[in-house]
Design a protein around this ligand. Structure first.
Ligand code: ZN
Length: 176
């Protein structure tokens, strides 16, 4: 994919939701292809300054880590706090871009990304999503409703679905 061959930050137009989603997609391409999960990319943005605060991709950090989880952990490192105190450290409004809707259930028993996002919902006010999660591993992901109930707006950034799914399922067995 062309986006991954040069600096992803440079591709982002100020205030461009699709630009940030493209950045999240290029971040996702850095995730190792595996049959057991999706390659997802996430980007946290300070909309007031039009500044990327942190990025994350599936399996970026040690363990069975998800993109949003890595992004949030890296935010905490950036502000030198634990995730528990992250909401106090963040700018007033943070937007999170993720290529695939955040998970609301993890078969591994790990904290779902939705709950990690909701834990800092006094700062993360809006989540931009590229595609809904295909029902390969978990059916009926209820993340949209949970986010909405926590007062977080969910916006679908259209137009990159095919690329996002191609990147997300790169390690999966191809259907005949
Ligand atoms: Zn997740």
């Amino acid at each position: 994919m062309a986006e991954s061959t040069h600096s992803p930050i440079a591709d982002v137009q100020p205030g461009s939701h699709k630009g940030y989603m493209r950045l999240a997609l290029s971040v996702a391409t850095r995730s190792p292809p595996k049959p057991t999960n999706y390659r997802v990319g996430a980007v946290a943005v300070d909309p007031a300054k039009d500044e990327v605060l942190a990025t994350g991709f599936t399996l970026e950090l040690p363990g069975n880590t998800h993109a949003e989880q890595c992004c949030i952990e890296k935010l905490a490192r950036k502000y030198s706090v634990t995730t528990e105190y992250l909401s106090d450290a963040l700018p007033d409004v943070v937007a999170l871009y993720t290529t695939m809707e955040p998970c609301s259930l993890r078969l591994s028993g790990n904290t779902p990304c939705v709950d990690r996002i909701i834990a800092i919902s006094n700062r993360i006010k809006i989540v931009y999503v590229g595609v809904r999660e295909p029902e390969t591993f978990v059916s009926d992901n209820s993340s949209y409703r949970k986010l909405f109930e926590a007062g977080i707006q969910v916006v679908h950034v259209k137009g990159l679905e095919d690329d996002i799914l191609q990147v997300a399922t790169a390690g999966h067995e191809k259907r005949a």
